[in-house]
Design a protein around this ligand. Structure first.
Ligand SMILES: [Fe+2]
Ligand SMILES: [Fe+2]
Ligand SMILES: [Fe+2]
Length: 429
């Protein structure tokens, strides 16, 4: 780790990666016994823009054992594996005679072997055709460090033997930022602690409401939190209490998207416009979910005859990508009754590839183990008590875990817990 982030190494990486910042995603010792070879290849994981690898001789490094490369080969139209399949004897020949004679190749130089000694290294592009061949009677050991540019996703290959390369759909390498800010949407990221140990960033946003109506104000706003994330350039959450027969504002519209979930009482939601240009009114009860797309006209009122105040939670956000699409909104066709039919819906939103919502009921002492997701998640507790990373919230409480932050959800209480989960999936670039 110290070597991978040392000045001797980062001084060169800074030049190769420019201002982008970069991460370490792999470190590997490669031992070659006397006479053994690591056949000609390109690195399937990194045979594209945005990657740099560093080969360092550790033991037995000399002109007869160090990295062999074919200069300029990274500019060929396809990787070496496209011309020479795995197992072809041509790939084991250190002189690369057969490889260079392939009829589809033009202008490829003869291989060069780096004149390294132990402790010296070579920075190279994964697309470069390379191999190593131990032509001595001593063992040789090399260390390879793999770096990538922030924002460029790195993927394990399902098999590096066959071409075209197939990438593993979900088992992606964990990356360690070396310089600059990581992009947790592109990659799973860990962080380096001051003591040198490695840790995941931890979800820590948790807000509990104090839903007491201010006696003089017919409309009370209780701010929960306002944050940024890899998905959101801004995400805020608040709860409100609305007195009966009161409308807090005239219909308004804005670019930010919103979700409203009633917690108590009866509300009337006005949103969108019908053919006559009037806003559509919908009754809203606890457990309903309303989504306001960007620029839809909307307002809310407490028209209940009971005289009771109503309360609700609102999420408001603007995506980081700045892209938007046209979608339908307002009432989401689902209702999260306690203990009722399990809710699970996906819809595209104005600024998200996918807005996924589901409800979950957790029995006492049950939960989900620590993990990280590629999307942001908000959790609204409806009944009982839920814990996330040892912080506990009751009804009306909201947890938020940003993409790439480790989190769990547990019911540590003696009673059943019911909550809503909102996943915010970023649009692809
Ligand atoms: Fe390689
Ligand atoms: Fe609004
Ligand atoms: Fe999760």
């Amino acid at each position: 780790m110290e070597l991978a982030a040392s000045l001797a190494v980062t001084g060169v990486l800074d030049i190769l990666f420019g201002d982008a910042g970069y991460y370490l995603w792999g470190a590997q010792l490669v031992d070659l016994a006397p006479g053994q070879s690591h056949q000609w290849h390109v690195d399937a994981e990194t045979a594209r823009d945005g990657f740099v690898s560093l080969w360092i001789g550790i033991v037995g490094t000399n002109k007869e054992t160090s990295l062999s490369v074919i200069d300029g080969s990274h500019r060929q139209s396809a990787p070496l594996q496209a011309f020479w399949p795995d197992g072809d004897p041509a790939r084991a020949n250190p002189a690369a005679n057969e490889i260079l004679l392939h009829p589809e190749l033009a202008g490829v130089d003869a291989p060069t072997v780096a004149a390294c000694v132990d402790g010296e290294g070579i920075f190279f592009d994964g697309r470069l055709w390379h191999g190593s061949f131990n032509r001595t009677s001593q063992p040789r050991r090399a260390l390879i460090l793999h770096y990538g540019k922030h924002g460029v996703p790195v993927r394990h290959t399902a098999s590096d033997k066959s071409y075209p390369f197939a990438y593993h759909p979900s088992d992606n390498p964990i990356t360690l930022p070396i310089k600059g800010e990581p992009d947790p949407v592109a990659n799973k990221t860990v962080i380096r602690q001051p003591d040198g140990s490695i840790a995941y960033p931890v979800a820590k946003v948790a807000a509990r409401p104090e839903l007491v109506q201010n006696g003089r104000n017919p409309w009370t706003i209780l701010p929960y939190f306002r944050i940024e994330s890899p998905v959101m350039s801004g995400f805020s959450c608040h709860a409100s209490v609305l007195a009966t027969q009161f409308m807090p504002h005239l219909p308004h519209d804005h670019f930010d998207e919103e979700i409203l979930v009633p917690l108590s009482g009866e509300l009337t939601i006005f949103a969108g416009a019908n053919d006559a240009g009037a806003l559509r009114a919908s009754r809203a009860s606890p457990g309903d979910i309303f989504y306001y797309p960007s620029t839809i006209s909307h307002t809310i009122s407490n028209l209940s005859e009971s005289g009771a105040p109503a309360s609700y939670v609102m999420f408001k956000w603007r995506n980081r990508s700045g892209r938007s699409q046209k979608v339908n909104g307002a009432r989401i066709p689902a209702h999260a009754h306690s203990g009722g039919r399990r809710l699970s819906i996906d819809l595209p939103s104005t600024g998200l590839d996918k807005l996924h919502i589901h409800s979950t009921t957790l029995e006492p002492r049950k939960g989900f183990n620590r993990h990280i997701d590629r999307y942001d998640t908000a959790i609204l507790v409806l009944e009982g008590e839920l814990s996330m990373m040892d912080r506990k919230l009751g009804p009306g409480g909201v947890f938020y875990s940003r993409a790439g932050e480790i989190h769990d959800t547990r019911n540590e209480s003696a009673a059943r817990c019911h909550y809503l989960v909102f996943e915010f999936h970023a649009m692809a670039d």
